[in-house]
Every structure is written in structure tokens, then in C-alpha cells.
Design a protein around this ligand. Structure first.
Ligand code: DGT
Ligand code: CA
Ligand code: CA
Length: 575
């Protein structure tokens, strides 16, 4: 991983936190905090400064000692001082500072008096009322901590969709093998393909006396059974993911699936429509008085309130009910609509597999007609980016390989860095030889909104620019989107005849769903790309398609649903 200013800033923040818990001199603590802020707000990439041997002590708040540490982190990825601090204080302890009301003094007391250094330990201590006895804490403080913990848990304990899938799908498959079980469906936010899920909700239909609940509670991945009953149970898996299950009779399948798929806001809106018609809708069915009039299928639930079936990804109460009522629900894109992929890496930069292996995998796994090879450009040294000479060599290699390949064509591309001033990291003469140019921001995430937006708009003005990769730069749970005016970027794409990516990497899922919808509204095509770094990564496209569906995209809104023949003219810049 390339070291960014933010990474070094995070290390300095952690050092400051640990020093503070360790009751170090306040000036020392402040020096690290100031240095962290300097790095966060710096318009320049400090890694480049180190590489150019610039004098770091000219930066505000950076003296010889901190300059040395910055150099050390850039060069080794580590900071010896932080490693040493971790020998005295567990690295998890700074997490506790995120709980409002817990300052360094209290965290230090919790650690030294009660040996608490993780959230889970804190949670247990609160539950057992061990906190209130500590000097300086008391009953009220303990209550405040309990509330703060609950809020914190609801914000942070979400799982990325792809990670949740790794646990939920084998469990569902195993449940399906239980006697007298008919359907096993993962509902909730998972079925709506939200980018993260709070927990997993599994709906099971079974004929009476199925042993499914007992079997579920005996699953060997379970860490704790929270509740166990004949029709509902909840457990926490060893990976800390909570799983709620409900068993219903087959005649309630549709109503229960609708209920447990949510979202809650969508359910409430549908129930209200039912009330207007004198109907009661719950997880067992749709009722008129005592009589069940619908509920065996989801379609029947919607039909009861006069609507066509609404796909789960749209059920967020963001206009889908209106659209359904007026007959303009989108016909959402499906995974099988994709005919190619416009963003992938090979061994030539930081990928794992050869050009040929990537091409064959795309053909065999997905029946793709085309795959664009888009290595990094030289600026991204840590990803072994290509310079113009290396890229020219790869262009020739792809031309030769295309003569041998049958059924799939490799497109010649690049994932070129958009530099701070909006210029591209490779000269025009080599960019002009490519089938497409994918532009990406990989540095200076902290620019102001105005500068970041201008930077990207300027890149899009480049005559060879085709597609903006992972437009917001966010990494789920790790990095916030950078501050840009996405609507201006979308309009620019329209004006310049270029495209935006929906990067299907589970940590990215970027463009965000609401902006996909905006791009569709502006008539800008989206390319759903794997950003594959190995032959295994084409599997991630399904999460990209899920996100695209949440963004209301149809086949026609997606660039890479075009055949190669249709695609070629779309990649040619006319302006
Ligand atoms: P999550 O787990 O936070 O990612 O989000 P969901 O949507 O999976 O929420 P969850 O697990 O709390 O509940 C699953 C579904 O159950 C939810 O999407 C809708 C339904 N549900 C839960 N509570 C209520 C409620 O109070 N009213 C209604 N109408 N539906 C509810
Ligand atoms: Ca859930
Ligand atoms: Ca749940």
C-alpha cells in the first residue's frame, strides 16, 4: 500500500493518543497532534517530498525528530516509536477514546484498575456494573458509557456486503439441507444489496416439526446463542456477525419475505397503502378482516395494494412506490447483461496473473467479449506503475496476444493518475495509442472541494480521457470520499462524452448508488468494472451490479453491456 499523508497523520494521532493515556507531557502530545494536522491539510504529497529529499523541517510544526519519523514511515511503513508504545499499551486501547465521555485519564484508569483495553471488555464491565465503583466514575458515568457504547456499536459494527456473503451464504446452503425445510432466503439489507449490513436476516419456510431451529443453533460457527425459540432465533457467529432467523409456514412466505427484506421505511409506506384500502399487512399475510387475501408470494402482497413487484434493491422509500404506481419502475440491469470489463490489472503492474490468464478467465467465467487491461501509471510507484516505454511494450504484447485469442479481445488501456493540477501522468503520444484511458485520483485526497473538483474536471477535458475510475475515492470503513462536486463531474462527463465507473471492488463500490441515479438522469453511461487484480476478482462484479441496481440503472445505462462492436465507437472521443 502506498503511504499517503493521511496514513502518517493516523500514526501520529495514535502516538498522541497513546502518550496521552500514558500521561506524557502535554507539549509532547500536542506536537504529534499538530504534525498530524499539518499532514492532513498539506496540499503536497509528503511521500514525494521524501523521495525528492526535500527539507521536511520547513513544514509547519515539523522539527528534526518528526521529519525523521516521516521519512522512516515513508521508507519502511512503520514507526519504531509506535511499535515501542504498543509494547507498553495494547494497540486496541485507543479505540476506547472514541466513546464520548472517555478521555485519556479515564481510559488509563480503566486499563490500570480493571485491565480493560477492548470495547468488548468495556461492554462486559458496564454490564456487570464494575465501572461505577472506580474512583472518579460513579453510577451516572457508567450509564453514560453504556449509552455511548450502544450508539458506537450501531455505527461501527457493520459488515461489508462481500464479507457478510462469505459467512451468510454457506450457512444458508447448510440450512437448505435440513429435513422438511422448503425455502431459505437471506433477506434484510443483504437482499437489498446495501454496501454494508448490520446483521443477517434469514427467512425459512418449513412444514411443521422441522428440526431447523435446533439445527441452526447447533451450527459450528456460532460464538453465542442470543435467543432460541421454535419460530425465531438469533445468534452471533465467531466472526461477530449476528444472524436472525425466522421460520414461517409456506403460505406466509411472500408476506414474511417482504417484511424481513425491508427497508423499514418501505414497509411502513406499503402498510399505509394497505390501510387506505382497509387491509392489514404483517409478516403473516395481507388480511381483510379475519380473511387472509394474499401473502404466499411477494407479488401477491404488492398486488393487494395495486402495485407491480418492486425489486428489493429499490425498497428504500426513495421514490420507488411512486414509480411503481405510475408504471415507470426501471427494468434493472442484471449480471448477465455485462459483456465485458473496462478496468483490470495484470502482472505487468500490481496484478497477480498474466494477460493471457486474465483474458481466458474473463471468457470462461463470464463469457465476456472484451477485457480492458488498465495498469497503473508510473506515479503509483508502489503499484509498479508503467512508464511510456513499458506501456508501449505492453501495447505491442496485447496486439500480438489478440491475434491468438479466440472469443475475447483485450482492449489496451491504462489507469492513469490524475495529478494534482489535473494533468495526466503519461504523455499524449502514448495515451493516443490506447483504446481507452481510465483516469484515477490516487493522491492528495485532502484538497479543498473547489480544487479537487477543478482537478478532476480538468482531467476530463483531456482529449484522450475516457472513464473516471472510482469517482469518490472512498474506501468503506477506511476512507471517506474526497470532497468534490459530483454533480458537476457528472455534467462534465455528459458534456465531454466520457463515462464514470462503478468500481465493483467490495471495499469501494464507488460510484455511490444515489450518484448512479443522478448520472442516469443526466444521460451519462456508467461502466461496472471489477478492477480485477487476479482471475478471482471477476466474482466481485455481482456486488457492482447490486449497487447499480440500487442506483436504478438499467442495461441501457451501462456502458459495458454493449457488444465490442457497439463499444468501439463509444470509446472514440469526438470532442
Ligand atoms: P441492517 O441489518 O442494519 O443492515 O438493516 P436491515 O434492513 O436488514 O434491518 P434489520 O436487520 O433491523 O431488520 C430486517 C428487516 O425487518 C428490516 O429491513 C425491515 C424489517 N423490520 C425490522 N423492524 C421493523 C419494524 O419495526 N417495522 C417494520 N415495518 N419492519 C421492520
Ligand atoms: Ca439485517
Ligand atoms: Ca436483523
Amino acid at each position: 500500500m502506498p503511504i499517503h499523508n493521511a496514513d502518517i497523520a493516523a500514526i501520529f494521532e495514535e502516538i498522541a493518543d497513546l502518550l496521552e493515556i500514558d500521561s506524557a507531557n502535554v507539549f509532547r502530545v500536542r506536537a504529534y497532534r499538530n504534525a498530524a494536522r499539518t499532514l492532513q491539510e498539506l496540499g503536497k504529497d509528503v511521500r514525494t517530498m521524501v523521495e525528492k529529499d526535500d527539507d521536511l523541517t520547513r513544514l509547519p510544526g515539523i522539527g528534526d525528530d518528526l521529519a525523521h519519523k516521516i521519512r522512516e514511515i515513508v521508507e519502511t511503513g512503520h514507526c519504531v516509536m509506535l511499535d515501542k508504545l504498543h509494547k507498553q499499551l495494547p494497540s486496541t486501547i485507543t479505540e476506547l477514546l472514541k466513546i464520548p465521555g472517555l478521555g485519556p485519564k479515564r481510559v488509563s484508569a480503566l486499563y490500570h484498575e480493571l485491565d480493560i483495553h477492548t470495547m468488548a471488555q468495556l461492554q462486559r464491565a458496564v454490564r456487570d456494573h464494575r465501572i461505577q465503583a472506580l474512583p472518579g466514575f460513579g453510577e451516572k458515568t457508567e450509564m453514560h458509557i453504556a449509552d455511548a457504547l450502544a450508539i458506537h456499536a450501531s455505527n461501527t459494527s457493520r459488515f461489508k456486503l462481500a464479507v457478510a456473503a462469505q459467512y451468510a451464504e454457506p450457512l444458508a446452503a447448510w440450512l437448505r439441507t435440513t429435513p422438511r425445510v422448503q425455502q431459505v432466503v437471506i433477506a434484510g439489507s443483504y437482499r437489498r444489496a446495501r454496501e454494508t449490513v448490520g446483521d443477517i436476516d434469514i427467512l425459512i419456510t418449513a412444514i411443521s416439526d422441522s428440526p431447523v431451529m435446533a439445527r441452526f443453533c447447533g451450527y459450528d460457527e456460532i460464538a453465542e446463542v442470543l435467543s432460541h425459540g421454535p419460530t425465531r432465533s438469533s445468534v452471533v457467529l465467531k466472526c461477530k456477525l449476528q444472524v436472525d432467523t425466522r421460520v414461517v409456514n409456506p403460505e406466509s412466505y411472500g408476506a414474511a419475505l417482504h417484511y424481513f427484506t425491508g427497508s423499514k421505511a418501505h414497509n411502513i409506506a406499503i402498510r399505509r397503502l394497505g390501510q387506505e384500502r382497509g387491509l392489514k399487512i404483517n409478516e403473516y399475510g395481507v388480511f381483510k378482516g379475519q380473511a387472509r387475501i394474499a401473502g404466499e408470494t411477494e407479488e401477491s402482497v404488492y398486488q393487494a395494494v395495486g402495485l407491480p413487484f418492486i425489486p428489493p434493491e429499490l425498497r428504500e422509500d426513495r421514490g420507488e412506490i411512486e414509480a411503481a404506481r405510475h408504471g415507470y419502475l426501471p427494468r434493472l440491469i442484471e449480471l448477465s447483461d455485462l459483456k465485458g470489463d473496462l478496468h483490470a490489472h495484470s502482472k505487468a503492474s500490481d496484478g497477480h496473473d498474466t494477460l493471457k490468464e486474465m483474458a481466458q478467465a474473463a471468457l470462461l467465467q463470464r463469457s465476456f467479449e472484451y477485457l480492458a487491461i488498465t495498469e497503473h501509471s508510473s506515479r503509483l510507484t508502489i503499484a509498479r506503475g508503467l512508464d511510456s516505454v513499458q506501456l508501449t511494450k505492453q501495447i505491442d504484447e496485447i496486439d500480438r496476444l489478440n491475434e491468438q485469442l479466440k472469443g475475447i479481445t483485450l482492449l489496451k488501456g491504462i489507469e492513469v493518475d490524475i495529478l494534482e493540477d489535473g494533468s495526466l501522468d503519461l504523455p499524449d503520444w502514448v495515451l493516443g495509442k490506447l483504446d481507452l484511458v481510465v483516469g484515477a485520483v490516487h493522491s492528495r485526497f485532502g484538497l479543498s472541494r473547489a480544487r479537487q473538483t477543478e482537478r478532476i474536471l480538468r482531467a476530463m477535458d483531456h482529449p484522450h480521457f475516457t472513464l473516471l475510475a472510482h469517482p469518490s475515492g472512498r474506501l468503506i470503513d477506511k476512507r471517506e470520499p474526497y470532497n468534490v462536486d459530483m454533480l458537476r463531474i457528472i455534467r462534465k462527463a455528459k458534456e465531454r462524452g466520457c463515462y464514470l465507473e462503478l468500481n465493483a471492488h467490495p471495499e469501494r463500490l464507488d460510484l455511490l448508488d444515489t450518484y448512479c441515479q443522478a448520472a442516469k438522469g443526466e444521460g451519462v453511461l456508467i461502466s461496472i468494472n471489477s478492477d480485477a487484480h487476479s482471475v478471482l476478482d471477476f466474482d466481485n462484479l455481482r456486488f457492482g451490479v447490486g449497487q447499480a441496481r440500487r442506483g436504478w440503472l438499467e442495461k441501457k445505462n451501462v456502458l459495458n453491456t454493449r457488444s465490442l462492436q457497439e463499444l468501439r465507437p463509444l470509446l472514440k472521443r469526438t470532442m
